[in-house]
Each structure stands twice: as structure tokens, then as C-alpha cells.
Design a protein around this ligand. Structure first.
Ligand SMILES: O=C(O)C1=C[C@@H](OP(=O)(O)O)[C@@H](O)[C@H](O)C1
Ligand SMILES: C=C(OP(=O)(O)O)C(=O)O
Length: 440
């Protein structure tokens, strides 16, 4: 296991090219595999999570190769996947497991989906339940967790599903099963969730009816291969947006970052906190809005965050909490219980780490309250446990910019699930970070 050691202080300058979007990369592999024809994916995120998805399709007979900077995938068609001869191991990737569960429910063969210790703790009843209503035979353990055993060859029927939480993973799972169902599949969500699946299905020639928090899909004969240019990942960019905001004398440019309106909550939250963020050259890339982002240091202030803002920034809260700890006044997050069922319990784990670094934080069931320390240093140094959660590790790494002593972080191998190369990219921008092999 590697651990990070970050010396305190520093400022950030220059251009940071963050890697491709994780959500879009997973979907690009899935839809390319199911399409008729060949798809070229550029900007594919070569991270552990997305490579697990790619390996799962390779195990089901989908060929891929690298040509220059493109990942080229030969689609096998909606009914062309082959039975894998072993369980599909999806590692740490919740998106992969939940989306694949819907897809596997529609196949003629049986499959088993497994994952690592973190993924095996995450709730899967949220996909088992709607898929069972559609006619699938899918079972987890007694607590509704992975491994998931899926019996193939079951006829599926379209349903109208109203998930209890707004979740792109649940929605996408049901839509993927809906590709194989008899009749229309409808989803009506209690809130806004990211719409990468809908955008990419449309690009692959699948007609959808979309309304406010609603989507409906009719089964189709085939998906039409369509090249995908994956935007840079806003969730990875978020660490640098916060870092440049809290470090003095900093200015970073982040080119080609996805700013999908169902994902861009972190930009709006940081702007509301007083951040100096400017979006330029806004354009569309493979059906997704992207922009070049410029961030400069700025004094931040605490705000209240809740309601619809939560899902729009769901993966960015570890970074946002670091911003809040450097802000003038109090930041209060509510309505974010979903953070407790990510790769780690991100409310408890972030609260523990912030407290270790001397920040006054109060935990609630669905959020937390952070009293900011606007005078640098905002953090003491110390040793923080990432609980094998990539986003926790990266969040505490940037906290060192406002610390008075070194911060060390355990269990940082998992950063590769979403941001391979984080250490060298962050070091080149000005963070005094190094990765060390830990004793155990
Ligand atoms: O669909 C996706 O790609 C994702 C959806 C979100 O999860 P939920 O659907 O559970 O909100 C997010 O946290 C995850 O990192 C990626
Ligand atoms: C929650 C995340 O991913 P997943 O659900 O795919 O594991 C994340 O990347 O923060």
C-alpha cells in the first residue's frame, strides 16, 4: 500500500490536464460493446474502475485495442455478448456493478458480479428491487450486497419505476435492462441525477422521451456505433479548483472539463462561497458540454448546502469540505445521507480526518457542519486515514496547502480508481506531495 506525504504550504500555477471522465468512460465501453459497428473512444480514463469495466466486456467476448490515443471497441450487438467463464470482478467500481446488473439481467446466460471489500459493503438492493420487478432473477447476500448472482434468459417487462433516491446508477441500471424489456421502461426520480446515460444512448441512436426528472425508453433493435470524445472529469478537476482557491497566489487553468448541468454543482457551490472561477470556451463534445476553467485564489465564505445541490455535487463533497474548512464562517450540509454509502462513509471519514487536523466539525445523520478557519494555517499537520477511498485521499492531500505541518495519508493506492497520475499532476502544479510505500 502507498501512502501520501504532503509538506505544508505552496501555491499552484499553470495548466492542469485532468484525465477523462469516469462516468462517461464506463458508459462509452458499455454502449460501444452493445453497438453494431466499431466505436473509437478518445480521452478514455485508464483508471482501475474503467479498466474493470473494459475487462468485464473482454471476458464476454468484446474485442478492444489501442490505436494511437484512441480505445477502439468492436461492438458485438445487443444480443452478441458471450457467457463469461468466471465471475466478473468489478473491483471498487459502484457504477460498473450497478449498470452491469441491469445489462446482465437482459442476457441469455447466467453471470456473477463481484467486487472488492468496499464494493461488497455497498447497497445493491436498490438495483435488485427494480430489476426483480421487471422479471429478473438477481440475488445478493442476505443484506442485499454483492456478489450478485444473475440468472439469464428471463423475459423482462417494462415498468414505471420511482426510485427512493435520485441516483444515476439506479436509473441507468433500469434503462439498460429496459433495452431488453417488453414494452416501455419509465423512470421518475425524486431529484436530479446525472444524465450521461441518456445523452450517450441518444448518440447511439436510441430514442428517449425526456421530461423534468423523467425518462422513458422503448426497446430497440440495435445501437449504432458512435465515436466518443470523453471530456476531462469535473470530479477530478474539483480537487484543483479547491486547491487553487485556498492556496495563496495561485492560478490554474483546467482545459476541456465536463460541465454537464446535472453534474456541475461543485462549480456553483464554490462560486457561492466566493471562489474566483471563470468558465471559457464553452462548447459541446460528444453530446456533453465542456469548458476551459480558470481558478484563482480567493477568500471563501461558509454557506448552507442542501436540496437539489447535493446530487449535483455528490462526489465532490470531500473537496468541498476542505474549502469549507478554509472559509470565513460556517458551512452546513444537509440532505446528503447518500455520502454514507460511497466507497467509504464520506461523512464520518471526512469528519474524523478534519477533526484530526484541528477543524471544528459536527456530524449529523445526513450531513455535517464545519466551522471555517479563514486565517492560514487552517489545518494542523497529522496522519489521516483515507479508508481506501480515492476521493478522501485526494481531499486531504490538498488540505496541506493550508496546513502548518506535513500531512500523511494512508491507503492511497485507490486514487488510481479515478485519477491515475494524481501525484505527478499535483506535484507539477505546485503541491509538495510524494507517494511512499507504507510498511503494511
Ligand atoms: O452514474 C454514475 O456514473 C455515478 C453516479 C453517482 O452515484 P449515484 O447514482 O449513487 O448517485 C456518483 O456518485 C458516482 O460516482 C457515479
Ligand atoms: C462514488 C463514486 O464512484 P462509484 O459509485 O462508481 O464507485 C466516486 O467516484 O466517488
Amino acid at each position: 500500500m502507498r501512502r501520501f506525504r504532503i509538506e505544508p504550504g505552496g501555491h499552484l500555477q499553470g495548466e492542469v490536464q485532468v484525465p477523462g471522465d469516469k462516468s462517461v468512460s464506463h458508459r462509452a465501453v458499455m454502449f460501444a460493446a452493445l453497438a453494431s459497428g466499431t466505436t473509437r473512444v478518445t480521452g478514455f480514463l485508464e483508471s482501475a474502475d474503467c479498466l474493470a469495466t473494459l475487462a468485464a466486456f473482454a471476458a464476454m467476448g468484446v474485442a478492444h485495442r489501442r490505436e494511437g490515443n484512441a480505445l477502439v471497441i468492436d461492438g458485438v450487438g445487443l444480443h452478441g455478448l458471450q457467457a463469461p467463464d468466471a465471475p466478473l470482478d468489478l473491483g471498487n467500481a459502484g457504477t460498473s456493478m450497478r449498470l452491469l446488473s441491469g445489462l446482465m439481467a437482459g442476457q441469455a446466460f447466467d453471470s456473477v458480479l463481484t467486487g472488492d471489500a468496499s464494493l461488497s459493503r455497498r447497497p445493491m438492493a436498490r438495483v435488485i428491487e427494480p430489476l426483480t420487478r421487471m422479471g429478473a432473477d438477481i440475488r445478493g447476500d442476505a443484506a442485499g450486497r454483492a456478489p450478485l448472482h444473475i440468472r439469464g434468459g428471463r423475459p423482462l417487462r417494462g415498468i414505471t419505476y420511482r426510485p427512493p433516491v435520485a441516483s444515476a446508477q439506479i436509473k441507468s441500471c433500469v434503462l439498460l435492462a429496459g433495452l431488453y424489456a417488453d414494452g416501455e421502461t419509465r423512470i421518475e426520480e425524486p431529484g436530479v441525477s446525472r444524465d450521461h446515460t441518456e445523452r450517450m444512448l441518444a448518440a447511439f441512436g436510441v430514442p428517449l422521451r425526456r421530461g423534468d426528472r423523467r425518462v422513458a425508453l422503448q426497446p430497440v433493435e440495435r445501437l449504432r456505433a458512435a465515436d466518443v470524445a470523453v471530456p476531462a472529469d469535473l470530479s477530478s478537476a474539483a480537487f484543483f479548483m479547491v486547491a487553487a482557491s485556498i492556496a495563496p497566489d495561485s492560478e490554474l487553468r483546467l482545459p476541456g472539463v465536463g460541465i454537464n448541468p446535472t453534474r456541475r454543482g461543485v462549480i456553483d457551490i464554490l462560486l457561492a462561497m466566493g471562489a474566483d472561477i471563470v468558465l471559457g470556451n464553452e462548447r459541446e463534445q460528444a453530446g456533453e458540454p465542456v469548458a476551459d476553467i480558470r481558478v484563482r485564489s480567493a477568500p471563501l465564505k461558509g454557506i448552507a448546502i442542501g436540496g437539489d445541490q447535493v446530487e449535483l455535487a455528490i462526489d465532490e463533497f470531500p473537496a468541498i469540505f476542505i474549502a469549507a474548512a478554509c472559509a470565513e464562517g460556517t458551512t452546513r450540509l444537509t440532505g446528503a445521507a447518500e455520502l454514507r454509502v460511497k466507497e467509504s462513509d464520506r461523512i464520518a471519514v471526512m469528519a474524523d480526518g478534519l477533526a484530526t487536523l484541528g477543524v471544528d466539525v459536527t456530524v449529523a445523520e445526513d450531513g455535517l457542519t464545519i466551522v471555517g478557519r479563514p486565517q492560514a494555517p487552517s489545518f494542523g499537520g497529522g496522519h489521516v486515514a483515507s479508508h481506501a477511498d480515492h476521493r478522501i485521499a485526494m481531499a486531504f492531500a490538498i488540505a496541506a496547502l493550508r496546513a502548518d505541518a506535513a500531512i500523511t495519508i494512508d491507503d492511497c493506492d485507490y486514487v488510481d480508481t479515478s485519477f491515475p497520475g494524481f501525484v505527478s499532476v499535483a506535484a507539477a502544479a505546485g503541491l509538495a506531495i510524494r507517494s511512499e510505500r507504507a510498511a503494511s
